[in-house]
Structures are given as structure tokens and as C-alpha cells.
Design a protein around this ligand. Structure first.
Ligand SMILES: N[C@@H](CCC(=O)N[C@@H](CS)C(=O)NCC(=O)O)C(=O)O
Length: 440
């Protein structure tokens, strides 16, 4: 069989199912580059899967969606026994495939998604605990079977093992640590046995069980609602109109419409004035077409420039290392970032939570891609003052997820990296640039 194409984002365990089956039956499946978020919404794709979800297999006869159906189709392309050899075996395979979908995929998704994309699937502790309990129950059932069986059905790998192994792939590599797995030695042995089969390893790569499980990091704002925080602010603080802090929210204003809470003063407003107006440079950057970033925006960053659309021909000075500092930040756990659109969501959420620091900061976040298919995230920040703004340190827990390094502009390599990131060069620090998000 030729002409099979599988549409998916990289490292999608649902896509692994068909790819592993293909290794067993000896067929080639092409996996073209796929822009998740846009291509899966295109009319061409929606004809293949009206739900707009991946994976989707394109065959010479037409499209197939739903990862289990795709894997079953591929498994049937040669007579290798993957689909079972008797009606009874086929029923048992279906039984475990349904079990994997309902008892493993569903609770693992409700455990994992709020952790990796909390702004898309909001976190809820009760839901997480219910998902963990459901996984324990499902693992207990699997353990009871695997204590005395090497594989789920019969004496060799079948579609049941492929599907169930892929269903627990994300959970067992990202969420469940040794303590969680202790009561399930048979399940652990079964998973590792499968992961070491050449057909699995060729698709999944080297697999490591999880040593430090991903955990939801609550936002400080959630722990101590803004309203309470504002109430704790001493009233003696002056209320500079320009101070950007998270204190003013619609909720608070509704509380006391006649006497809004005073906003606390930001220590950065008390710094000696700088001739470089970050705001003016940001406006210039925003008005510069991407292809001219280097000649216009970068030049103005170092040398100064004219404020765009200024009635008074206002000029701003170039970068002022006394009044500002530059920082690189690198996401500490790139191995978590294997799904392009989840990384975008994660970075988007981080920037959204920084709204209150906009006046004092400019940031460029580069989403990169390395040879292992991971998406390392590197940021460049310009901050008012010599350090990370104190209010950001106080308010934004995401900061701890990044390694922060002050940029040394007298090092030509670091200066070139700063420029490359702002210019959005195709390669950043030797890695392919997949996307950039700008905080301005
Ligand atoms: N039951 C489906 C689930 C497919 C699914 O949820 N795909 C996700 C990625 S893992 C997706 O394409 N989401 C995009 C969207 O919902 O827009 C299967 O196993 O194939």
C-alpha cells in the first residue's frame, strides 16, 4: 500500500498508534509538516475530518479520522495478527481499545490539559483528584490482568497493546511518578516491554518514566484574590495615575464606585528619569514592517530615533543601560514542550498574566525547535530598572519556570542574539524559529 499520509502535530501519542501499527505491517506512512491551529481549520482538512482534529489518515480511498479507527485500518493492511485471529480475540482487542479510550484517555486528558494549557482548560482541584482516582482504578484493573499476562490479548503484541500503550504514554512519562506506579509493577513492566520493541521505539523514541511529575502551578492572584490584596494596601499610599499595577480591576471599582482604592506606587516610577523612552521605541517597533526591523527598529534601539507620528518632531535617545536592563529567559523544562500549539498556549498565557507590567517592559519570546522535536522557549526582555520589575517577581509565578540571565551587551555574541530575536531571524541561537510572541 502506498500513498498514505498522516496529518498530525509531532509527537502526538494518538498518531503514534497508526505509525507503530505501520511498522508491524511494513507499510510507509508519510507524515507531512502540519500547521496545527490553521491547517486543521482549512476547508480541505475539514472535508477529511469535519471535527477539525488530528490525527487524520489520507488513503487512496479517502480520509479516516479517529486515531483508533486509523490504527485498526493500518493494522489490517497485512496479515500479521495485530487485529486478532479469531472472533473472540477480535472482541478482546475491541474491549481493551474501548477501555483505553474511556478509562485511560479521558481521565489522563482531564489531569494533563489544565496543567499544560491552563488558559484553555481551566484548572480545578476536584476534577484533578477525580481524574487521578479514575486512573488508579483503571490501572488497578490493568494490573490485575497484566500480573499474569505479558500482553493484553494472546501471546504477542496486538492492536490492544498499541492503543493502550499510547493512551498512557503522556501520563506515564509526564504525570505519574514512582510512588504513583508502585502498586502497578505489572503495568510498568508491560509498558516498558512495549516501549523497547523496535516497532514502538522507532516511533516513540527513547522513553523515560516520569521522575518529576508536571504539577499545576497556581497563580498568586488565584491564591490571594486581587480584591483582598488591594484591601490590604495601606491607604496612605499615593495614587499616581500612571502606576500600572494589578490592583485596579472592574470588580473593585464596582465595590466602591465613588472611592476607588488607591493604586500602590510602583518603585520603578521613582527611578531617576531616563532619556530613553521605551514607549516611544515600542511605538516605532510596532510601526516598522517586519522586513525592516534590522535597519529601522534595531538601529533606533541602539541609536535613538524620531517618535513616530509625533506632532512636535519628538526624538528619543538610544538604549540607556543605566535606566534599563536586558534579560534572556529560557524555559527550564524544554522536554515538556513537545506539542507546538500547547507551547504557544503556554507562552500566550504567561504574557497575558503580565499585563500590569506593560509600561515597564518589552519582550520577545521565540518558540524554537530542536533536533529532538522539542520546542525550547527563549525570551528577551527589556525592563525599566536594573532588574526584573519587583511587581513581576511578586505577581507572576511563571517566572520560576524560566532561567534568567542578564544580557551582557559588551559581548558581541549576546548583542547579536538580542538583535536576531527582535528581528525574528529564521535561526535563533542555532535553532529553527517556529513562532514569536511579542509583549509590548
Ligand atoms: N478521539 C480523537 C481525539 C482527537 C483529538 O482530540 N485531537 C486533538 C489533538 S490530540 C485536536 O486535534 N485538537 C484540536 C482541536 O480540538 O481543535 C482521536 O483519538 O483521534
Amino acid at each position: 500500500m502506498t500513498g498514505l499520509k498522516l496529518y498530525t502535530y509531532p509527537n502526538n501519542p494518538r498518531a503514534f498508534k497508526a505509525l507503530i501499527a505501520a511498522k508491524y505491517v511494513g507499510v510507509q506512512i508519510e507524515v507531512p509538516e502540519f500547521a496545527m491551529g490553521t491547517e486543521n481549520k482549512s476547508s480541505k482538512f475539514l472535508k477529511l475530518n469535519p471535527a477539525g482534529k488530528v490525527p487524520v489518515l489520507e488513503t487512496p480511498e479517502g480520509g479516516v479520522f479517529e486515531s483508533n479507527a486509523i490504527a485498526r485500518y493500518v493494522a489490517g493492511l497485512a496479515d500479521t495478527g495485530l487485529k486478532g485471529t479469531t472472533d473472540y480475540e477480535q472482541a478482546l482487542i475491541d474491549q481493551w481499545v474501548d477501555f483505553a479510550t474511556l478509562e485511560l484517555d479521558a481521565p489522563f486528558s482531564s489531569w494533563l490539559y489544565p496543567i499544560v494549557m491552563p488558559n484553555v482548560v481551566p484548572y480545578n482541584k476536584q476534577r484533578e483528584e477525580a481524574a487521578q482516582a479514575a486512573i488508579k482504578k483503571a490501572f488497578t484493573a490493568l494490573e490485575a490482568h497484566l500480573k499474569s499476562h505479558t500482553f493484553l490479548v494472546g501471546q504477542r503484541v496486538t492492536l490492544a497493546d498499541i492503543v493502550a500503550c499510547c493512551s498512557i504514554f503522556n501520563g506515564i512519562t509526564k504525570l505519574t511518578d514512582d510512588t504513583f506506579l508502585k502498586p502497578f509493577p505489572g503495568l510498568k513492566r508491560w509498558f516498558l516491554t512495549l516501549a523497547h520493541q523496535p516497532e514502538f521505539a522507532a516511533v516513540m523514541g527513547p522513553v523515560q518514566l516520569c521522575s518529576s511529575p508536571l504539577k499545576y502551578t497556581p497563580q498568586k492572584k488565584e491564591q490571594a484574590p486581587k480584591k483582598d490584596k488591594a484591601a490590604q494596601q495601606p491607604k496612605k499610599e499615593a495614587a499616581p495615575a500612571a502606576a500600572a499595577t494589578p490592583a485596579a480591576t472592574a470588580g473593585e471599582e464596582e465595590d466602591t464606585p465613588a472611592a476607588p482604592h488607591p493604586k500602590p506606587k510602583n518603585p520603578l516610577d521613582a527611578l531617576p528619569p531616563s532619556k530613553m523612552a521605551l514607549d516611544s521605541w515600542k511605538r516605532m517597533y510596532s510601526n516598522t514592517p517586519a522586513k525592516s526591523f534590522r535597519e529601522v527598529a534595531i538601529k533606533a534601539l541602539w541609536e535613538g530615533g524620531d517618535v513616530p507620528r509625533s506632532q512636535t518632531n519628538e526624538h528619543f535617545e538610544g538604549y540607556d543601560p543605566e535606566g534599563y536592563s536586558m534579560w534572556f529567559c529560557d524555559y527550564k523544562y524544554p522536554e515538556e514542550n513537545t506539542v507546538n500549539f500547547i507551547v504557544m498556549n503556554k507562552v500566550g498565557g504567561f504574557l497575558q498574566r503580565l499585563d500590569y507590567v506593560r509600561k515597564y517592559a518589552f519582550g520577545v519570546i521565540s518558540i524554537l525547535k530542536n533536533e529532538s522535536g522539542e520546542f525550547p522557549v527563549k525570551g528577551l526582555w527589556i525592563f525599566r530598572g536594573s532588574g526584573i520589575p519587583p511587581i513581576m517577581l511578586d505577581e507572576c509565578v511563571d517566572l520560576e519556570l524560566y532561567e534568567w540571565t542578564k544580557v551582557n551587551l559588551s559581548d558581541p555574541k549576546q548583542k547579536a542574539l538580542v538583535e536576531d530575536m527582535i528581528v525574528e531571524e529564521d535561526k535563533i541561537a542555532g535553532l529553527e524559529l517556529v513562532d514569536t510572541k511579542v509583549f509590548k
